[in-house]
Design a protein around this ligand. Sequence first.
Ligand SMILES: *Cc1c(COP(=O)(O)O)cnc(C)c1O
Length: 383
Amino acid sequence: MTKFLPFALPEIGEEEIQEVVECLRSGWVTTGPKTKQFEQDFAAYLGDGGEAIAVNSATAGLHLALEALGVGPGDEVIVPTLTFTATAEVARYLGAELVFVDVDPITLNIDVPAVKAAITSKTKVIMPVHYAGLACDMDALLELAHAHGVKVVEDAAHAFPTSYKGRLIGTLDSDITVFSFYANKTMTTGEGGMVVTKDPALAKRMKIMRLHGISKDAFDRFTSKTPSWFYEIVAPGFKYNLTDIASAMGIHQLRKIDRFLVRRQQLAKRYAEELAGLPLILPADAPAGGTHSWHLYVIRLREDVSIGRDAFIQALSDRGIGTSVHYVPLHRQPYWRDTYGLAPEQFPHADAAYRAMLSIPLYTKMSDEDQTRVIQALKELLC
Ligand SMILES: *Cc1c(COP(=O)(O)O)cnc(C)c1O
């Protein structure tokens, strides 16, 4: 029997292992010098003067972002329905209301006209998600947001490194951008995330709230006089700091990210070529000047395919090929559906995409032979 091919796998090398071991031996295992280095390296990679703040998940980062922007009861936050629940849940932590909008049927990214129609006097933040690693129409979104005095927090969990019109996601003119280093993302620290902003006041607030609301200003101003045990609590903060163990991994994952991207691009290109003749809707590539991170490769069965999506996933699994679905849209999730009275008819594009979609294996550790197996299975099932 051939081995089961998972839909995603991290690539962790000896460099990461050595650095983690060194961290363990050093005795400094929580946030410290390695996290500081990881933050500096990440900011340097983006290279536009923004500050990078390491957190223990992207979910934590999104929460910090909305908190720093002052989101609270009475505010509305606009999100696409086709996303992971983390994008939306953080607004509920703060007592704000969600407004869900449909996606563009081609890119599967948040639909800008739908966002425009959803803006009210209560709208505080728009949270675009760069779905699968393809940048949203950020010029249009930022223009819309600025015209209405609305903030923009990019959920860039899929988008490292993704570029838009020649600029990396994380360097655009939104307020805050949040990346994820969860195990199946384009680079990983096991669990982890990075928050990026060019606004010093937002950065300061997020750093304070990342660690219990502890302000270090007293230390900074009176270093010589303040005893090391002294600190000030200025808010009821959170426990969202990243450990040095995780950052030790991140430092080396980051050094490999350009190679990882090249491999993902190769795999995506080959899928596009080999699957072109099949009754599938293939994922849109980035327009000229942009780069797709290819975090996910999401295919959709065309309506004329006789086999249903669920049976198709089962047939691939029977052939030893793992897949996933990104995502059961939030309008179909019991909590969101019932809290906001959502129905599929309100989100025709996301709902149709959901019913036809599956994510097929794409990760750097996949061999060409692995990919051939996926392509052969798809051809067998669809020809
Ligand atoms: C993975 C993911 C998150 C959450 O990331 P964590 O680091 O696991 O908290 C948020 N949004 C999207 C779109 C994601 O895919």
